[in-house]
Design a protein around this ligand. Sequence first.
Ligand SMILES: Cc1cc2nc3c(=O)[nH]c(=O)nc-3n(C[C@H](O)[C@H](O)[C@H](O)COP(=O)(O)O)c2cc1C
Length: 366
Amino acid sequence: MTRREFVTCTVTATAILAAPATGCTVADQPTRPGPEPVPGVDPALARLLALAALAPSSHNVQPWRVRVTGARHLSVAIDPARRLPAVDPDGREMILSVGCFVENLSQAAAAEGLALEVTCDATLPDAPELARLRLVPGPGVAGGPERVLRRRTLRTGHRPDPLAAGDLAALLAVAGPGTAFFPRASPEGRRLAEATVEGMRQQTWRDAAQRELSSWIRFRDEEARRRADGLTVASMEAKGLAGFVMGRFFDAGSVMGKSFREKGIEQCARQSVEGAGFLVLSSEGATVPALLESGRRFARMALSVRERAIAAHPMSQALEEAPWRDTLAGELGLPGPVQFVVRVGYVDHYPEPVSPRRPLTAFVTT
Ligand SMILES: Cc1cc2nc3c(=O)[nH]c(=O)nc-3n(C[C@H](O)[C@H](O)[C@H](O)COP(=O)(O)O)c2cc1C
């Protein structure tokens, strides 16, 4: 199912709050297929969950596991099989990614006149319930799920011009307290680019990290379709001849080779100095609730950039490698630990999303 196909299912999520739904009524038949049915899950809730799953996640692992416990109640946890032990041993990025999922769900629900109540009292990433979620009647917002459907990570084509004051103020406001922007040419901007490339270099030559990356790259279209996760040739923005060669001839073994590693570092070095600069999100501590909230703040920002023609590219290498992960906040004068380093810049052309997503049946149970 493509992202566009979600939009046309006319079942409103408010059905969740009415009598237990039995499915689309005749009048509500979608003109194109909505998300596939999940036994025991209200179709309107299923549609919201499919929108939530369009959230960004590290290596596109989609670590969320959802248990639906009632028409309005559900919980979300991290699937241990989808963790990234080599680059994210503490599960920090898994919690951030689940935070993105929760924010997507919240915004998709708001577009249907629902509010999402979130309770998070977990202390560990592998808690059986990372957060409990409840849908309640809410004020609703105009605009439908367009933002959720069209958000994407965009790594190429960032222009060097500075962000307009109004755009920058809007991004900082939406990402909330603890967010700072460092222009590309500022000392902090240059330091961030340098730390990102150094982190990338170290990580690329760390075999465990590179092997883990290789296990999440889907070079063949058939594999990308079948697994519907990970990084694809299109989502990595490998175009032209390079994209053709990757899609046809590369495999997990290529990722471990010298040439692939060197090209990855070169590309990171090139990208790190493109664009307007870096948005850096720090948190108050590193507890599970603090990380979940940081993921939500990042997603909120990421959902708001497209309408301003601003591309957002998280670059996490410096946050995954020592010493930078421990020193960056201090070097930048930020009050708490850094959770996201996001390169941002205007683009002339904003392509549609291409990153695959797993079907609901792969991550939703009752
Ligand atoms: C916590 C987190 C860390 C990420 N780190 C990186 C990164 O270091 N480099 C990168 O290119 N993308 C990074 N991403 C973006 C993901 O690769 C991207 O969300 C995923 O591939 C799905 O693609 P989409 O955002 O276009 O839907 C990160 C995303 C999250 C949520």
